[in-house]
Structure formats: C-alpha cells, structure tokens
Design a protein around this ligand. Structure first.
Ligand code: NAP
Length: 247
C-alpha cells in the first residue's frame, strides 16, 4: 500500500478516532508511534493490538502541549524508525459551556490542547520532514470550526484555528514536499460524544443528510487517503466528513 517503512506519529492514539487511524495506517504497513496522556498501560494495550497487524510500534506517554515532551517523541521516533513520514494531530478535548458561564480555565485548556498542541507537535516533526523532503501532516479539526456551535465557543475557536494553521503550514512547507491537510468530522460515535443527552443526539441526527452518525472508520479512511500518494497534489485542504452536515 506504499506505507511500508514509514513511521506515523498519532497523538491521542490510545482510543477513539486516533486509535482507529493508528489501526488503519498499520494495516496499510506503517510503523506506528502512539502518543497519549492516558496511563501507560492503556497506551501499551493499544500498541499491542496494532502489533498484531505485523508492524512495529512505540507507545509513548506525552502531552501535546509540552514542546520538550513532543521533541522527545520526535527524537525517539527517528532513533527507532529512522524517519517521521506522517503526523496525525488528533489529540483533542472538550470543556463545553455557554460563553456566559465559561471559566478562563475551560477556555485556556481547550485552546492549549487542541490548537497549541497541534502547533507544538507540528514544530517537533517539521525539521525532520524538511530534511527528508517528504511528509504528510493531517490535522483533525471539526465541522464546528466551520459552522460554530452554541456551548462550544472554546472548542469551535480551537478547531477554526486549526484550519488557519493547516493552511499556513501547507504554504510554509509545500516547497519541501510536505502536504498539510485537515479533516473536519461531524458527529462521530466515540467516548467524546457518548455522554451527550439523547435529545441532543436526535437534534444532531436531524441535521445530517445521510441520516446516520459517522463511525471512526469513516474518519480513518479519509485520513489514510490524505497520508497516501493518491493525495500527492492535495495540500491546505479541509475535508468534511459529516454525512453532508454543514454543506
Ligand atoms: P477521545 O475518544 O476523547 O480521544 C482523544 C484522546 O486524546 C484521548 O485518549 C485523550 O486522553 C487524548 N488526549 C487528550 N489530551 C491530550 C494531550 N494533551 N496530549 C496527548 N493526548 C491527549 O476523542 P475522539 O472523539 O476520538 O476525538 C479525537 C479527535 O477528533 C479530537 O481532536 C476531536 O476534537 C476530534 N473530533 C471528534 C468528533 C467526534 O464526534 N467524536 C467530531 C469532530 C472532531 P484523555 O481521555 O485523558 O483526555
């Protein structure tokens, strides 16, 4: 599939969308570096599942908001696999509240993990990718970064920021043959969306033309395309994976 010998760093990889992206890239032949803040045992367990596909893994507990920790992730990846071919900026959190009641902590934390974390991880890998004159970076944004969403001023601002960051990095890195794209998922069934009330889920479903929630596989398939040579001439793009919501 063209991914053999390529190392892919995936943040927030121990579960959810990141976990499925890790499996999809591993099945395509990539070596996988799982980065997460969950307990080391949980990251190790996810890595074990991936190793069953026959590829090599590194399971690293690291926080995307820390430049030092992400530099270490990049260094260990190069030391182990000799390259960083793919970065998936997937780690993300929500701290929902109407703006009237939103605390500074809720605002700062979501911007720090989602937006700054994406920049930090990108900065950690870009020197190596520039040296290689090859690389694929895929940022996981969200459709609410395009449409906005009541109760998610912090989250939607972070995801809109990721879209601007994606386009700027695509322009900065294009000369070195590094593609930088984003995906904007709609409602995907994961731990992040599990806790929503049934009436909220029903309201969301009513806005989706394809009349179903997305699966983690819907996202991983699109991300795999953006990491492959099939998308060699695509950069700075934001691919909506929403079942038509928000078009
Ligand atoms: P998830 O199940 O909560 O997985 C996210 C993972 O990232 C968790 O393991 C989380 O650990 C980890 N993480 C959080 N903060 C981190 C940090 N500072 N450094 C490293 N890892 C960190 O979420 P998901 O639904 O799979 O979402 C993945 C991405 O897709 C996110 O960026 C999200 O915004 C985006 N997205 C999701 C949906 C959806 O409907 N699910 C829609 C659009 C976009 P903890 O559990 O300890 O926080």
């Amino acid at each position: 599939m063209g991914f053999e010998g390529k190392a892919a760093i995936i943040t927030g990889a121990a579960r959810g969308i990141g976990g499925e992206i890790a499996i999809a890239l591993a099945k395509a032949g990539a070596d996988i570096v799982l980065v997460d803040v969950l307990p080391q045992e949980e990251i190790d367990a996810a890595a074990k599942e991936i190793e069953a596909t026959g590829v090599r893994t590194l399971a690293l507990k690291a926080d995307v908001t820390s430049m030092d920790q992400m530099n270490e992730v990049a260094a260990k990846t190069v030391e182990t696999f000799g390259n960083i071919s793919i970065l998936i900026n997937n780690a993300g959190i929500t701290r929902d509240s109407l703006a009237l009641r939103m605390t500074d902590e809720q605002w700062d934390l979501v911007i720090a993990v989602n937006l700054k974390g994406t920049f930090v991880a990108t900065r950690a890998v870009m020197r190596q990718m520039m040296k290689q004159r090859a690389g694929k970076i895929v940022n996981i944004a969200s459709i609410v970064g395009v449409m906005g969403n009541a109760g998610q001023a912090n989250y939607s601002a972070s995801k809109a920021g990721i879209i601007g960051l994606t386009k700027s990095m695509a322009k900065e890195l294009a000369a070195r043959n590094i593609n930088v794209n984003a995906v904007a998922p709609g409602f995907i069934a994961t731990a992040m969306t599990d806790h929503l009330a049934d009436n909220v889920k029903e309201q969301m479903l009513a806005q989706i033309p394809l009349k179903r929630f997305g699966s983690v596989e819907d996202v991983s398939r699109a991300v795999k395309f953006l990491c492959s040579e099939d998308s060699a001439y695509v950069t700075g793009h934001v691919l909506h994976i929403t079942g038509g919501m928000g078009m």
